[in-house]
Design a protein around this ligand. Sequence first.
Ligand SMILES: CC(C)(COP(=O)(O)OP(=O)(O)OC[C@H]1O[C@@H](n2cnc3c(N)ncnc32)[C@H](O)[C@@H]1OP(=O)(O)O)[C@@H](O)C(=O)NCCC(=O)NCCS
Length: 163
Amino acid sequence: MTDVLVRPASMSDLSAICAIEDDSFPSPYPRFLLQRLLQYHPETFLVAANEADLLVGYCVCSINDRTAHLISIAVQRNHRKRGVATALLDRLLAHLVERGVDEIWLEVSVNNREAIALYSKSGFARLNTIPTYYSNGSDALRMHLIITNAAAGLPRETDGNRS
Ligand SMILES: CC(C)(COP(=O)(O)OP(=O)(O)OC[C@H]1O[C@@H](n2cnc3c(N)ncnc32)[C@H](O)[C@@H]1OP(=O)(O)O)[C@@H](O)C(=O)NCCC(=O)NCCS
């Protein structure tokens, strides 16, 4: 496991986020779109920095009332398989608990074995496939998580009146 600090992103992180994005996806989001996402979702656009304060991953989700949607998550190639995405998701879910969000949805390519394993390990359930969801014609798997303290890795609430 890498020691990473997860924090809300700032505009000064944008170039590093774009570099992770370009390295991670065949059709990366352009810089202006990532900038918009950062403007619209400042509390739920998170970055992970390593010991040397280099950005090694990011995630972003939108919130609509009590429902969240994971828009993107990516980790720099040579920092994968060290728990960075898990740290990002844990922090995001903890924030969603604080915000009173009940559930989170996402879509992932049916061919993205690593990401499906990540989400399954984090408690997401597989729901249905969406044919030809992506521009390259591949299908998406829709996944869903009911958010609880346990899902966010937080201690359960206790009844303070019970002795
Ligand atoms: C998917 C991705 C974000 C995972 O990031 P990561 O930091 O490597 O993930 P973690 O180290 O936290 O791994 C958590 C779990 O995910 C699964 N996983 C991650 N990488 C995996 C791999 N290469 N093969 C199989 N399972 C994998 C495992 O279950 C792992 O738990 P384990 O280490 O106990 O086996 C990363 O591979 C990535 O950036 N991919 C490109 C972008 C992308 O596809 N994003 C998702 C879009 S929907």
